[in-house]
Write a protein that binds this ligand. Structure first.
Ligand SMILES: Cc1ncc(COP(=O)(O)O)c(C=O)c1O
Length: 419
């Protein structure tokens, strides 16, 4: 499968050239996570449980060390975080705590996929984890155009969905990352968020909202999540604590408050599916995240004050650094996006960027990045954009590495565009 090969290739390059500076890794910066925090957070959560259970220590022990409910044990804390940080008010019973965003998406797609006619619409280039989950449940992805500055193209979404329906396909949902998407770093502006909700309503589509980077809103500042604007229960909100909690805890969640006649909520169906995938999310992992939430008044915005600043500074370093190294960018057909937040930006260069180019960049110049083509499941029909697009990730860098990496990247681009 090309998708899995692409991921293997990226890992192989990184393993083969360990000294290369990486603008490829999308992971959060390690120094934000301390082993001692894990113990502290579990203790905070244990104290919370002890109070909640009126001092019944046997019950606390059971809650933390036994099998548990498929929906999770930190649902009220997740709901409090959503109310505090996202202005989203949901019943904890509409939340399923999952093994990361990845499982949240997998079980959601599994629930939506009923027949071989069911398909998912998604802006491409798209997050590989989404493409992989759709593949696992055998749900084809209909590619919708997207733009590095404006996000998903709503006219194209309308066209793609109507055309697919004429062909007898049942388009169940559209997947979107409204804030600082991976790989483009694109966001929807506020008017487009309202327009997307209206369009989804007209087309009777569910929206799968993936929001791992919304809190890192840098220069731009916060915009309302789709879920906070949702008046028709049309949005299934998929969350991840990988960037804002602790990635190694592998905890995420899905808010699925859609009624499923004759009774219950979509969350209940998802919990049943989850019970056959992973039984329940490790209560110990939930305790770590629950403790982190409690320790910061259930506000991840507060918990991530330093993180928000560091990623914001890294993005600024990249934008300034590129401008300094490519003063004549326009003339040379070089440009870059200014995402205003998140982990990713796009560098456009005037030559084709593929796996061979990445290998050369790693071997001869000591710098890693990701060809955007790796995120495209298939070419978008009629799309004639040049293929010289590079994803640059800013999350896993010191400022010194950022500057040195930019020097190396500039040498690579200069050598490639000479003559
Ligand atoms: C677009 C997108 N969604 C979700 C995730 C996080 O997923 P998980 O919680 O499974 O680590 C990532 C992380 O890379 C991402 O880029």
């Amino acid at each position: 499968l090309p998708l899995f090969e692409a991921m293997n290739f990226l890992n192989e390059v990184a393993d083969r050239f360990p000294d290369a500076i990486s603008f490829a890794a999308g992971r959060p910066w390690d120094a934000f996570f301390e082993l001692s925090d894990v113990h502290r957070y579990i203790d905070v959560f244990r104290t919370h449980l002890t109070e909640k259970f009126g001092g019944d220590l046997a019950r606390v022990r059971r809650e933390l060390l036994q099998y548990g409910p498929a929906k999770g044990i930190i649902n009220p804390l997740v709901a409090a975080h959503l109310a505090n940080d996202e202005n989203v008010v949901v019943d904890p019973a509409a939340i399923v705590v999952t093994v990361g965003f990845q499982e949240a998406l997998l079980i959601t797609l599994r629930a939506l996929r009923r027949t071989g006619r069911d398909v998912l619409a998604a802006a491409v280039p798209a997050y590989m984890g989404m493409l992989g989950a759709a593949r696992l449940v055998d749900m084809p992805v209909l590619p919708v155009r997207t733009d590095a500055t404006r996000g998903i193209d709503l006219d194209d979404l309308d066209r793609v969905v109507r055309a697919a329906r004429r062909r007898g396909r049942n388009v169940r949902a559209v997947y979107v990352v409204p804030d600082f998407g991976n790989p483009l770093g694109d966001s929807l502006d506020e008017a487009s968020r309202h327009a997307l909700l209206r369009l989804a309503s007209d087309l009777d589509l569910l929206i799968l909202e993936d929001n791992p980077y919304g809190l890192f809103d840098g220069d731009r500042g916060p915009l309302p999540t789709l879920k906070s604007l949702d008046r028709e229960r049309r949005v299934v909100h998929l969350g991840s604590f990988a960037k804002t909690g602790i990635p190694g805890a592998r905890v995420g969640y899905v808010v699925a408050d859609q009624p499923t006649p004759p009774d219950g909520l979509l969350a209940d169906q998802l919990a049943k599916i989850k019970s056959m995938v992973s039984v329940n999310t490790s209560p110990l992992a939930q305790a770590v995240i629950g403790g982190k939430l409690l320790a910061h008044g259930c506000s991840l915005r507060r918990a991530n004050a330093q993180e928000r600043q560091v990623y914001h500074d890294n993005l600024g370093l990249m934008e300034k650094g590129l401008a300094a190294r490519f003063p004549d960018a326009d003339r040379r057909g070089i440009s870059w996006s200014r995402p205003g937040g998140g982990f990713f930006m796009v560098l456009q260069v005037p030559f084709a960027v593929d796996e061979a180019a990445l290998w050369e960049s790693a071997e001869r110049y000591g710098v890693l990045w990701t060809p955007l083509a790796m995120f495209e499941p298939e070419a978008v029909p009629g799309d004639d954009r040049p293929s010289g697009r590079i994803r640059l990730s800013i999350s896993y860098l010191t400022p010194d590495d950022g500057e040195a990496g930019l020097d190396r990247l500039a040498s690579f681009v200069d050598d490639r565009t000479k003559g």
